[in-house]
Design a binder for this molecule. Structure first.
Ligand code: ADP
Ligand code: ZN
Length: 356
């Protein structure tokens, strides 16, 4: 089991990665009232886990899916926490993917002005990304993550074996974020470049190694910039165009980010911001990931249908200037800002040149 810690002046999160990370649970449930939040799929797939570690603990089982990451679910969770007699010393365990982690994190941050939180992520995306760093939220008013807080978990317990039951589409979703880390970290870049096809099959030892490398990088970035004023923006590589594609075509987040990263890398090469030889190697990694099944087939040639959606990206200073976090050279990134008209033109050019 590997331990990584994220430390700032105001908090410390301990992250445990490996087959036996769940063995920390008994020590964490010993002395106070606890509460578990999970979703219906995890609850049905892992009855032994709840039996073994949480037999006397109230469990809130939410419906799965992004559409349930809302204020109604949050409110129902807070009601059940009150009914269960939790107090300021209680601890919340979140067991699930990013959806459960986001709403459970927000619940823990609000209850009695904040109680202890342990994240147990079960998807690749949540294991390498969303469980670390303390972003919590629900969607509201048609805007994704519009109500939320920064609230750090005291511990994150990552058991890669959860991935064995993860559907292929969800695994690919996490691979989108994995490739994002390749653009920020030399070791991950070379590992994905060298191990051509390893992502297609779930080799748990290899995935455990990659998860550790991603978490280590994310921990460093978050420790230096908890509230996303600078370096943490690097974690949005590919996301400006990716979010636009996700919104317009309803593709999974990970697949959208892979397309976004491909086009933004091509734009960065074309603008002379990204070294060509490096950018082309990164593109090869992205395309290989995009070819993993199941492959979505959005009509990306209809640029005007989705480019406009990039105008509402949070990184923009105003809606006529599109800001992207792009790869620049091995392990290096930068912000690239283009007037909207030019962004759309560059995007069209990139998509015309693109083939999988
Ligand atoms: P993300 O982490 O990508 O935000 P979600 O929390 O929406 O993902 O989870 C995606 C889907 O995968 C949900 O339907 C969830 O119930 C399911 N899921 C999560 N973890 C597992 C797992 N280990 N095995 C099987 N299904 C899982
Ligand atoms: Zn993302």
């Amino acid at each position: 089991m590997k331990e990584i810690s994220v430390k700032t002046s105001s908090f410390e999160s301990r992250i445990f990665i490996g087959g036996n990370s769940l063995e920390r649970i008994p020590a964490l449930t010993k002395t106070q009232k606890n509460f578990v939040i999970t979703d219906e799929n995890i609850y049905a797939l892992y009855p032994d886990l709840f039996e073994k570690y949480f037999s006397n603990t109230p469990v809130f089982v939410m419906k799965a899916g992004e559409e349930n990451k809302n204020i109604q679910t949050l409110s129902a969770i807070l009601d059940k926490m009150l009914e269960s007699g939790l107090n300021r010393t209680s601890r919340v365990f979140s067991i699930g993917g990013g959806v459960v982690g986001d709403v459970a994190g927000l619940s823990a941050s609000l209850f009695m002005r904040g109680i202890s939180l342990v994240q147990i992520p079960t998807t690749l995306l949540s294991q390498i990304d969303s469980s670390v760093g303390g972003k919590t939220a629900v969607n509201h008013g048609g805007v994704k993550n519009s109500i939320g807080s920064f609230y750090q978990p005291s511990e994150v317990l990552i058991a890669p074996a959860f991935l064995k039951t993860l559907p292929a589409r969800e695994l690919k979703c996490g691979i989108g974020e994995l490739v994002k880390y390749a653009a920020l970290d030399s070791e991950i870049f070379h590992s994905l470049l060298k191990n051509q096809d390893t992502l297609k099959t779930l080799d748990l030892a290899y995935f455990t190694h990659l998860i550790s490398a991603c978490v280590e990088l994310k921990a460093q970035v978050v420790a230096g910039d908890e509230k996303e004023n600078g370096e943490r923006k690097s974690l949005n590589i590919g996301h400006t165009t990716g979010h636009a594609i996700e919104l317009a075509f309803g593709l999974s987040h990970g697949e959208s980010v892979l397309y976004g990263m491909a086009f933004e890398t091509m734009i960065a090469i074309h603008k002379g911001v990204c070294e060509r030889a490096y950018g082309e190697r990164l593109l090869a990694i992205i395309k290989r990931a995009l070819r993993i099944e199941p492959v979505a087939q959005p009509n990306l040639k209809a640029v005007e249908t989705f480019a406009k959606k990039a105008k509402s990206d949070k990184k923009n200073v105003n809606s006529e200037e599109i800001v992207m976090a792009v790869a620049r050279a091995e392990g290096k990134w930068t912000l690239l800002s283009l007037p909207y008209e030019e962004y759309e033109q560059e995007l069209r050019f990139a998509i015309e040149q693109f083939s999988l």
